[in-house]
Design a protein. Structure first.
Length: 94
């Protein structure tokens, strides 16, 4: 299971959210009409985020346009639960 970033790391990543993010190689991401599932956790999936999550599941990477299509709440939840690979430079920056 991917390591979950600290609160400071999540805040740093939210502020630098224009970088391309790849899903962690061990991340398990799925969704249905009501919920998004990640690494054994789930949360409500707002209708406005469904297309973005579907695209993230297909591409397994998050670029600027896809990031803009996700609400801050869903993006923060993905970050907090270890969805993305974190380069060492970003881990050390936080």
């Amino acid at each position: 299971m991917p390591e979950r970033p600290s609160s400071d790391e999540v805040n740093f990543l939210m502020a630098s959210s224009t970088a391309v993010r790849r899903l962690h190689g061990m991340a398990r991401l799925a969704f249905d009409d009501e919920r998004v599932y990640l690494n054994g956790r789930s949360r409500e999936l707002p209708a406005a985020d469904r297309d973005g999550i579907a695209l993230l599941c297909r591409r397994r990477s998050l670029g600027r346009a896809l990031r803009a299509s996700l609400s801050d709440g869903v993006f923060r939840w993905l970050l907090k639960n270890g969805a993305f690979e974190l380069p060492d430079s970003e881990k050390n920056a936080a």
